[in-house]
Design a protein around this ligand. Structure first.
Ligand SMILES: [Zn+2]
Ligand SMILES: [Zn+2]
Length: 249
């Protein structure tokens, strides 16, 4: 008996399994962020008469939270909210190890993140702890980053194994990632750069784009950005496949 392969997101039989493990209607059902977006964090802004009044028309469109807090990430973008089909596809990519999904997710991410990629020098994937990368066999953030058309720079390493931010209550997320990232060893030992300069883009004075699969409160991205800025990076931006929007702050 031949069993038709099922879509990794909706579990219906795939019409064209050779096109990949997710069906076309699931890809088409992804809810994407559409303007107006906060220029800083990328959250959807309320569109309505209040945005069109007097001063706000010329002012940079920045959400309430970004107006009140200093942000270390200058610009963040995502394909869409972390729910429905996008979440199913990311789960299939990450936990079911359907790594071929990375290419198409990266294409969508490049579209949604055009203004974050513009003028940037390199993409830096958020690292997994080596034990987790070993278990999974790949780092999903690195696969996404590799499809964005900029030099890939493994500048960071995770110093300890942390719990998934999605599992944790908001109040615990900051603590979970505090001090969990450091510069990759090759950047700690400058003589390695002399040996393999092409594999080590410089960090001082450049603009980099951090890449991850999901951002929840942004605590992971902020922790990575702090390490990069301390190493001399001028501007840090961020792209994540999905973003949790209605997060408590
Ligand atoms: Zn499907
Ligand atoms: Zn914002």
């Amino acid at each position: 008996m031949i069993i038709a392969p099922e879509c990794a997101a909706c579990a219906r039989p795939l019409e064209r399994p050779s096109d990949g493990p997710v069906c076309d209607s699931c890809w088409a059902a992804i809810r994407r962020f559409t303007p107006p977006l906060c220029e800083c964090c990328g959250d959807p802004l309320p569109s309505g008469p209040d945005l069109l009044t007097s001063a706000s028309r010329e002012a940079p469109r920045v959400c309430e939270h970004c107006r009140r807090h200093h942000r270390i990430i200058d610009r963040a973008r995502a394909i869409g909210p972390y729910d429905d089909r996008l979440r199913d596809i990311i789960h299939a990519f990450k936990y079911d190890k359907r790594r071929t999904l990375g290419g198409r997710l990266a294409r969508l991410l490049a579209e949604s993140g055009r203004d974050a990629l513009e003028g940037a020098d390199a993409v830096v994937p958020v690292p997994l702890h080596w034990t987790r990368r070993h278990d999974r066999g790949f780092n999903q953030a690195a696969l996404l980053a590799a499809g964005l058309g900029l030099p890939l720079c493994h500048a960071l390493r995770r110093t300890r194994r942390t719990r998934s931010q999605v599992e944790l209550p908001a109040g615990k997320r900051q603590l979970n990632v505090d001090g969990a990232f450091a510069l990759a060893w090759r950047y700690r030992w400058p003589w390695l750069r002399v040996m393999r300069p092409s594999r080590m883009p410089r960090l001082d004075g450049v603009t980099v784009v951090l890449v991850d699969d999901v951002s929840t409160t942004g605590a992971t991205l902020d922790a990575c950005a702090r390490v990069l800025k301390a190493a001399g990076v001028r501007e840090v931006r961020a792209l994540t496949a999905a973003r949790v929007v209605s997060r408590p702050r």
